[in-house]
Design a protein around this ligand. Structure first.
Ligand SMILES: NC(=O)c1ccc[n+]([C@@H]2O[C@H](COP(=O)([O-])OP(=O)(O)OC[C@H]3O[C@@H](n4cnc5c(N)ncnc54)[C@H](OP(=O)(O)O)[C@@H]3O)[C@@H](O)[C@H]2O)c1
Length: 233
């Protein structure tokens, strides 16, 4: 049994990660913006009343991040896995050269980049007391600098930046034994990935859990793929 916290857990990949963690017997802190609207999480809370805690967390709001950490500390004094999964994929106004909107891009970067870093800082004290503590920064193949095919400016920048966060956090947290990786979940059938995506949520999340549960300190600072592979930076 391990204690895990997953942001953006009410739908998509986050919800898939929650379901598999519960099936594995883990204690799950499922963080989401609007717990009252999280119908699937609330149904799971009935089924897994001993294992699942639903926590309010908007990763773009410093007060919400702090309040979430306080709420989790009321249940536990340690955390084994933090998955910074929440993110947004912007529309055209943050993607196409010639039609860029500065406010929109700034908002995307705040949610996708600043948020996960601040969440990690807030949960650092709990992670320090965790068992083989691990932090997953949810990246994307679109975060790869060597693999860029252009366009999608805000999203690509945000995922390249989260890769740098993963690498730098891995350095800074190494002496605490905290393992940090960037994760490419594949192209996944979610609201963000769309119905034509190549893999199901279950394929992505079961692969991700295999990677996460197999991590050792030697793996820190890696850019991993859900299927166990290593991504080109
Ligand atoms: N799907 C893919 O093919 C794919 C590929 C590569 C990487 N990824 C990455 O995988 C992660 C999950 O993607 P997904 O496909 O599951 O996306 P999704 O279906 O669009 O779900 C996004 C999740 O993030 C949450 N979120 C957005 N803004 C938030 C905020 N300010 N605070 C807290 N939560 C917030 C959403 O909550 P609400 O319901 O409240 O909006 C939702 O739970 C993301 O980091 C994404 O970039 C996805």
């Amino acid at each position: 049994m391990q204690k895990v916290l997953i942001t953006g857990s009410n739908r998509g990949i986050g919800l898939g990660l929650v379901k598999q963690a519960l099936e594995n017997g883990d204690v799950v802190f499922a963080a989401c913006r609007n717990p009252e609207d999280a119908s699937e999480l609330n149904a799971l809370a009935t089924q897994y009343s001993e294992q699942l805690h639903i926590i309010q967390l908007d990763v773009s709001d410093a007060a919400s991040i702090k309040a979430s950490a306080d709420a989790v500390k009321a249940h536990t004094d340690s955390l084994d896995v933090l998955i910074n999964n929440a993110a947004v994929n912007p529309g055209a106004k943050a993607s196409q050269l010639g039609d860029l909107d500065m406010d929109r891009i700034t908002k995307i970067l705040h949610i996708n980049v600043t948020g996960p870093l601040m969440v990690t800082e807030a949960y650092y004290p709990l992670l320090k007391s965790g068992e083989t503590p691990r932090v997953v920064m949810m990246s994307s193949g679109m975060g790869s600098i060597s693999g860029s095919t252009g366009g999608s400016y805000a999203y690509r920048m945000s995922k390249a930046a989260i890769n740098m966060e993963a690498k730098s956090l891995a350095v800074d947290l190494k002496d605490d034994g905290i393992i940090v990786i960037a994760m490419d979940p594949g192209w996944v059938q979610t609201d963000m990935g769309g119905p034509s995506a190549s893999i199901t949520v279950e394929t992505s999340t079961s692969g991700q859990w295999n990677v996460i549960n197999g991590l050792s300190v030697a793996d820190t600072g890696g850019y991993r793929i859900y299927d166990g592979g290593h991504h080109e930076w």
